[in-house]
Design a protein around this ligand. Structure first.
Ligand code: EPZ
Length: 422
């Protein structure tokens, strides 16, 4: 079991670059299955979720190799149409492959993704999109079997879902005719996916707005694409600088993609300068409580930044109310933060953080990806040593959290067995 050993109480200084965005590269890897040629995906982070996606592509008959920061996928002759159960269990967001496999192979089989540490993760909207394009969906023994020649149609989502929007896009690209997706998610990662599909020759318009139109059915060629920077990793590093104090520059992410996060950090007393090339955060005085932080679909406050920001707000004057509107169970980091001296009360979707003057180091356990990152953020601010176990959760979304923080003057060391991620 890997762990991070963190010596807290050190201010952070310097500059760090974020890696490619996990939540962009995962649907892009699925989309590469639609190409009849070779896709060169640059700025592809070394994450365990990326490794799992590569395994799925190889299982489907694609040739995949890594060359430095790029992953190269040759999907000219795919042979498979099933996602093995063990890979589905390893990464529940593998459901994003459903539309691509069905669109390319005419059928798809995968086990229904169960819930995860964030609570139930239904896929009813994904399946509704496939049915709207003429696909059939059968459920047998915990598996989903989809089939059919897809044709363009109208998809109207009852609520905004990032994954369902992505599955709808990948299905529609293979469907003969025009598809309109209404109430689409507007996340920047959706725009990145549109740009990747266009690079392969697809006709996709409107990503970033609530209505996406696609003229599908044409064969797609290969292409070269650079993945956007990870806005949640950037938000995490800024929260770390706010928590520990210091003067940090974060490069590689578009500041507009996390302006709701930087606005809260500025309200909390940090000096934030957002420029085209970097976001700079300085914190010298104490953090102060801010107005309620409500998570919402983009361009609202990102749910993935809730935990790291909460960790920073534990050491502040005053109180801050968080309202988690996206997932049912996204406060599993609260009890662990309390072991470090944080004072947080949770009532359903609401968490009230009463700032304390200081945290103390403690042994804590990560239960999910962003909650685990939050524990590291808190440990940086805490006096003394903390040991954060459950690092396998963090490795899903942070390429080298310990190394990046050490670049900024922190002392974060990985202990235990090393897992090499391709
Ligand atoms: C994506 O998950 C991200 N994952 C999540 O990031 C992110 O938190 C989430 O979007 C919200 O921004 C990836 O992109 C790989 P949703 P996704 O479908 O697509 C409900 C991280 O930490 N819903 O937008 O699964 C659902 O239960 C991860 O990087 C349905 O009811 O999220 C949730 O309450 C965590 N039916 C809400 O919609 C469906 O068919 C939003 O979920 C689908 C979703």
């Amino acid at each position: 079991m890997s762990a991070f050993v963190v010596q807290g109480g050190r201010r952070l200084e310097g500059s760090v670059q974020v890696h490619g965005a996990k939540n962009s590269v995962l649907p892009i890897l699925a989309a590469s299955l639609l190409s009849g040629g070779e896709c060169v995906i640059k700025n592809c982070p070394r994450l365990s979720d990326v490794a799992a996606s590569v395994e799925i592509l190889r299982h489907l008959g694609c040739r995949v190799r890594r060359e430095e920061d790029a992953v190269i996928v040759d999907a000219s002759q795919p042979t498979g149409w099933e996602v093995p159960d063990e890979l589905m269990r390893e990464m529940r967001s593998s459901v994003i492959f459903l539309g691509a496999i069905l669109g390319r192979m005419g059928r798809a089989k995968l086990c229904a993704p169960g819930g995860c540490e964030l609570g139930p993760r239904p896929i009813d909207l994904h399946l509704a999109a496939i049915r709207a394009l003429g696909g059939t969906v059968e459920e047998e023994g915990g598996s989903l079997l989809c089939s059919g020649a897809l044709r363009g149609g109208e998809i109207v989502f009852s609520l905004r879902s990032v994954g369902a929007t992505e599955n709808a896009m990948l299905s529609a690209v293979c469907a003969q005719g025009q598809t309109t997706i209404t109430n689409a998610a507007r996340e920047p990662e959706i725009v990145d996916l549109q740009n990747f599909l266009r690079c392969l020759g697809a006709d996709v318009q409107g990503a970033g707005s609530s209505v996406i139109t696609i003229r599908g059915g044409r064969p797609l060629h290969g292409g070269e694409f650079t993945v956007m920077g990870d806005r949640i990793v950037a938000a995490t590093y800024l929260a770390a600088a706010a928590a520990a104090g210091g003067d940090v520059q974060v490069t590689g992410a578009d500041w507009r993609h996390l302006s709701t996060v930087t606005a809260v950090l500025a309200e909390a007393g940090c000096t934030v300068e957002s420029g085209l090339r970097a976001i700079r955060l300085r914190r010298t005085g104490p953090l102060r409580g801010v107005r309620p932080v409500r998570t919402a679909p983009y361009p609202g406050f990102p749910t993935d930044a809730q935990a790291p920001l909460m960790a920073a707000m534990t050491v502040s004057t005053g109180a801050t109310v968080f309202v988690e509107n996206i997932f049912e169970s996204r406060y599993r980091h609260v009890d662990e933060l309390a072991r470090m001296g944080a004072d947080i009360r949770v009532e359903g979707r609401v968490a009230v953080v009463y700032g304390v003057p200081a945290l103390h180091g403690a042994p804590v356990q990560a239960a999910d990806l962003r909650g685990g990152a939050a524990l590291v953020v808190a440990a940086l601010a805490a006096r003394g040593e903390s040991v954060v176990t459950g690092v396998q959760h963090i490795d899903r979304g942070y390429q080298d959290l310990a190394g990046d923080l050490d670049l900024l003057g922190a002392q974060v060391k990985r202990s235990g067995e090393f897992v090499k991620i391709t």
